[in-house]
Design a protein. Structure first.
Length: 337
């Protein structure tokens, strides 16, 4: 191996904390504390070396169902891990606690720290594990599949949408723009709110987003939003479309991210948000509630508080014009009471 090849190989085996890991022996024993990476480990052909997982590591089920569990992502049973005698434990900055990683490092020879922050980071993640565990060919195959799916997704221009991606209820919690989820949605030009946040997963007041967003996305994980939650959210954010979204497809890095890119492409095609010509409009729903009666002054509809002109021209308005109108409807209602 040349010095340049050795340098490149060393960089490939450098994890999120800057630790350079040596090449593992063929009898390596792996414990994965990250659900999406557990799946990646199996897709790299390393399922026979996987000796431990969390209870949330459920893919591929037929493979992992017989692998011993070591607790959850946040409540790892350290003694159980110790009993399994792993040579390598894989953790993640967002999924696992720092103190857990530090405690594991006291008795596990290699703690591999991961932290993909954008979809493109999957390429280095594949290569990191591929280089450490001698699965370079498998890693490059995944890189090629990911790159092809990404190119296909980016080959179409998408109309910008302002979205609120909810991951939790009671309290309502969303995602910051610098998270993996937000960066994934950005691939189809969906801008996550809040646009600025000191916290990666901030608590939000849903009413504050009336007139500011086009769509609310209710994730199926970590909180499992279901159909019956849609009317609840619609009542708090009038005018925005509220839909469920598969959380695994948007938030899971690793090999599932390839499927996730195709999922996003299908979502974009399923809506009318793909740009097909200049001047395409955005699908901000009408605030009409079916109570159509003009007030005594002849100025507003008592149901939705729009003017007759706004009602007549609603389908012609751009997204920004619709948001402007939506933002003043509540104020109008207050002024008439």
């Amino acid at each position: 191996m040349t010095s340049r090849e050795d340098h490149l190989n060393t960089r490939t085996r450098c994890d999120a904390l800057g630790t350079v890991h040596g090449r593992a022996e063929t009898d390596a024993r792996i414990v994965s504390l990250v659900p999406s990476i557990t799946e990646l480990v199996c897709d790299l052909g390393l399922s026979d070396r996987l000796v431990g997982r969390t209870g949330f590591c459920i893919h591929p089920w037929e493979t992992v169902r017989t692998v011993p569990k070591v607790g959850g992502t946040k409540d790892v049973k350290l003694e159980r891990v110790r009993e399994l005698q792993p040579t390598h434990v894989i953790v993640n900055v967002d999924e696992n606690l720092r103190e857990t990683a530090e405690q594991l490092a006291e008795f596990v020879p290699h703690v591999i720290v991961t932290h993909p922050q954008a979809p493109e980071d999957n390429l280095s993640l594949y290569r990191l594990l591929g280089a450490i565990f001698g699965r370079e060919a498998e890693a490059e195959r995944l890189c090629a599949e990911f790159s092809a799916a990404l190119s296909e997704l980016q080959s179409v221009e998408h109309v910008p949408l302002d979205v609120l991606y909810l991951i939790w209820r009671d309290p309502w919690m969303a995602v910051a723009p610098d998270t993996y989820i937000a960066q994934t949605l950005a691939l189809i030009n969906w801008r996550s709110h809040p646009p600025v946040s000191a916290e990666r997963y901030p608590q939000v007041d849903l009413r504050a987003y009336t007139g500011k967003i086009d769509r609310v996305l209710l994730s199926t994980e970590p909180f499992h939003f279901k159909e019956h939650h849609i009317p609840e959210v619609q009542a708090l954010i009038s005018g925005a479309e509220v839909t469920l979204i598969d959380g695994e497809m948007v938030s899971w890095y690793g090999s599932r991210a390839i499927q996730g890119l195709r999922y996003l492409a299908n979502i974009a095609r399923a809506t009318d948000d793909v740009v097909v010509s200049e001047g395409a409009t955005l699908p901000i729903e009408s605030p009409c509630i079916g109570v159509c009666a003009i007030d005594e002054t002849g100025s507003y509809c008592q149901g939705c508080m729009r003017t007759l002109s706004e009602i007549a021209n609603w389908t012609q308005y751009t997204s920004s014009e619709r948001r402007r109108i939506m933002s003043i409807l509540a104020e109008r209602r207050q002024s008439t009471t």
